[in-house]
Design a protein around this ligand. Structure first.
Ligand SMILES: CC(=O)SCCNC(=O)CCNC(=O)[C@H](O)C(C)(C)COP(=O)(O)OP(=O)(O)OC[C@H]1O[C@@H](n2cnc3c(N)ncnc32)[C@H](O)[C@@H]1OP(=O)(O)O
Ligand SMILES: O=C([O-])CC(=O)C(=O)O
Length: 378
């Protein structure tokens, strides 16, 4: 009966739902949020505007944006218990601390228990502002400093850098962080968003979906790639070593991190903006060698490009964070800051026309057999 069943391992190429948010053309290497090209958004928009677009479905008017920005700023608060929880697990990986703190918020803030469209918007906006606060507070606490209070004069990206470092970022640094968040904001049915949808499919609340998404983002095949790229760049050391590094990886049939994608067969369209950022920042900071190493890896990988193997969004982002002096274990949490509106809208779409997500696994274990009591087993 089951011999002819087709199994789609990893759900490769399977459509499980419709979505009106991200339009990804993997063959052409194109990405649009709600119909707008990622290139226009990365060069002309702000993260706040993109959040509004993703959550509400249209670009905001100036008044809409001012009201949305005020909502985000008003949500920059955390219950004191969350700071205690961060302190109690301050030696953990920032992703574990972040996930634990979001879980704690679900228990501490009664509004998080409400489901439905309005509740998801309100809780989503609150979490979008709270997540950078948690990450920055953890960084301060683990280094023996007091968390830095948010600054209502600063936008989302600049305020994040301010809370992280305790000093006002340059306009260029804030802009690069803003672009980074826009590029990471949403990407259809990626692993973490799909996982969040599975949670929401059970009629769980938004915080539950976000905790699931955070758990799923953390792995090196997904959000952890930027950290691994930085480790790779350090291992390679100089551009001349890149070819030998790639050859050794390919001979061992190991993945070269920052390359490959489940959907794109051309270069990930987000990568070019990060590439420009690394090049410019490296030159400005008198550290061009990181960019040169990355480009030497790209050159060494060229023979494989014909198989659709190209850089993805996270090939360049790690080096940008490194040039900003951000610790490597914060790279995945930074991805989470950017991905918040994407997770929120994916959860909203799921709950809007909900259905339990429950595929099948084809049994290939032992045939039916008789139970043997423990006293009779050899
Ligand atoms: C934001 C993001 O989440 S983007 C992804 C971030 N992750 C990374 O950068 C980690 C490195 N990349 C990878 O591990 C993979 O490319 C994934 C997990 C992202 C996608 O994997 P899949 O969709 O399963 O790709 P798939 O396995 O079908 O790859 C096709 C072929 O390319 C090879 N391949 C895929 N990625 C890589 C890579 N990074 N380096 C070398 N070879 C690769 C596979 O070995 C496979 O070769 P084969 O047909 O000879 O076996
Ligand atoms: O779509 C994917 O599979 C992974 C990805 O690029 C993302 O989540 O941004």
């Amino acid at each position: 009966m089951t011999e002819n069943v087709k199994i789609n391992r990893g759900l490769k190429g399977v459509y499980f739902e419709r979505s009106a948010v991200s339009d990804i053309d993997g063959a052409a290497g194109e990405l649009r949020y709600r119909g707008y090209s990622i290139h226009d958004l990365a060069t002309q928009s702000s993260f706040e505007e993109v959040c509004f677009l993703l959550i509400h479905g249209a670009l905001p008017s100036a008044d809409d944006l001012a009201a949305f920005d005020a909502e985000l700023k008003a949500a920059r608060t955390l219950p004191t218990e969350v700071f205690d929880i961060i302190a109690a697990c301050k030696h953990g990986h920032p992703m574990d601390v972040l996930r634990t703190a979001v879980s704690a918020l679900a228990a501490l803030e009664p509004a998080s228990q409400t489901v439905g469209e309005d509740a998801f918007v309100a809780n989503g906006i609150r979490l979008t502002s709270q997540i950078p606060m948690i990450i920055a507070a953890h960084e301060a606490i683990r280094n023996g400093r007091d968390p830095v209070a948010p600054d209502a004069d600063l936008g989302h990206a600049a305020n994040w850098l301010w809370m992280l470092k305790g000093e006002k970022p340059s306009a260029a640094a804030a802009h690069l962080a803003d672009v980074d968040f826009i590029l990471h904001a949403e990407h259809g049915s990626n692993a973490s968003s799909f996982a969040a949808r599975v949670t929401i499919g059970t009629e769980a609340n938004l915080h539950g979906g976000i905790v699931t998404a955070l758990s799923t983002l953390a792995g090196p095949a997904h959000g952890g790639a930027a950290e691994d790229v930085m480790k790779m760049v350090r291992d390679i050391g100089t551009p001349e070593n890149a070819a030998a590094y790639v050859k050794a990886k390919r001979s061992a049939r190991e993945a070269v991190t920052g390359f490959g994608h489940r959907v794109y067969r051309k270069e990930d369209p987000r990568a070019r903006h990060m590439r420009d950022g690394v090049r410019r920042l490296g030159e400005e900071m008198g550290a061009p060698e990181w960019y040169e190493i990355l480009q030497a890896v790209v050159e060494a990988m060229k023979p494989y490009a014909r198989h659709g193997l190209n850089v993805n969004v996270d090939f360049y982002s790690g080096v940008i964070y490194q040039l900003h002096g951000i610790p490597m274990d914060l790279y995945v949490p930074i991805f989470a800051i950017g991905r918040m509106p994407g997770w929120v809208i994916q959860c909203m779409e799921q709950q809007h026309s909900n259905i339990l997500i429950r595929p099948l696994t084809l049994y290939n274990g032992p045939e039916a057999r008789d139970y043997v009591p423990i006293t009779a087993r050899g």
